[in-house]
Design a protein around this ligand. Structure first.
Ligand code: SAH
Length: 256
């Protein structure tokens, strides 16, 4: 009788924002044990150096060949490798459960009887705040923080931005992922409830050697992105917690 090979749990691992120093010990252990790693675009090569030499590394992001690997293909591949007895790590930028489709992947694997383990990662929004030296919930300025996508799926985009503007006006810091392509809309819609002088920061490649940032106002967001050639991957932070930054434009300093 053919015994089924032992099936190991699939690990959904947060690779953090880039700097390998920001990996958790749990993530590092999972990466070192892995025989197969399915890796997203946003995972830094420095993190991949932690994998064993014999491990098979499959890039399933845009660098993987096609524009973007279909989600169903990734899920099937994880399942197939796990059932073949491999120690599979699904490595994702930041935290696997923050805009990373980690939830869908975990559901898929569990539905097929494969155990799932999760290693949290430092999400890009936190690394971006650290890059600026800004506490996202400084109690003089904000009583909370919203991690939000600039690209709401199936949602009414105008309502999405109006709701966020109202929340920011009530003292919640906005940390916007995937917002660069939507910057013109974001700038326009948020100004319905927030003054154009509201402080805004953009941080690209947070925690990586290529890290760059700019501090501006809501009214100056698009112009600043263009002038500084800041693109994806970037996090956009909006709110009064940025007021302490010396690099904040004079218009926002005056409005404080
Ligand atoms: N799971 C990831 C987010 C994936 S969504 C996390 O927890 O960080 C992809 C978006 O994350 C990008 O469009 C960008 O907004 C942000 N992002 C990821 N890595 C980043 C980095 N090093 N610096 C700035 N933004 C980053």
């Amino acid at each position: 009788m053919n015994a089924l090979p032992e099936t190991h749990p699939v690990w959904l691992v947060g690779a953090g924002p880039g700097d390998p120093e920001l990996l958790t010990l749990k993530a590092l252990r999972a990466i070192r044990r892995a025989t197969v790693l399915l890796v997203d675009d946003l995972v830094d090569d420095a993190v991949l150096k932690c994998a064993r030499r014999s491990a098979r590394i499959v890039h399933v992001g845009k660098r993987g060949g096609c524009r973007s690997t279909p989600q169903t293909f990734i899920e099937q591949l994880m399942l197939r490798e796990a059932l073949a007895g491999e120690r599979v790590v699904r490595l994702k930028g930041g935290d696997p459960f923050v805009f990373g489709r980690g939830g869908e992947e975990a559901e898929f694997l569990r539905a097929h009887g494969v155990q799932v383990e999760v290693a949290s990662g430092i999400t890009a929004g936190l690394a971006a705040a650290t890059a600026l030296g800004v506490p996202l919930t400084h109690r003089d300025h904000a009583h909370g923080v919203i991690l939000v996508t600039g690209h709401p799926r199936d949602a009414d985009a105008a309502l999405h931005w109006r709701t966020l503007a109202a929340a920011a006006a009530q003292g919640l810091t906005l940390v916007i992922y995937m917002g660069v392509a939507e910057a013109a809309r974001l700038q326009h819609e948020l100004q319905a409830a927030l003054p154009g002088s509201t402080p805004v920061a953009i941080v690209q490649h947070a925690s990586r050697p290529a890290q760059r940032s700019a501090v501006t106002t809501l009214g100056g967001l698009v112009a600043t992105l263009e002038a500084e050639s800041l693109g994806s991957p970037s996090v956009i932070i909006v709110g009064d917690v940025l007021r302490g930054l010396a690099s904040l434009p004079a218009a926002a300093q005056l409005a404080a």
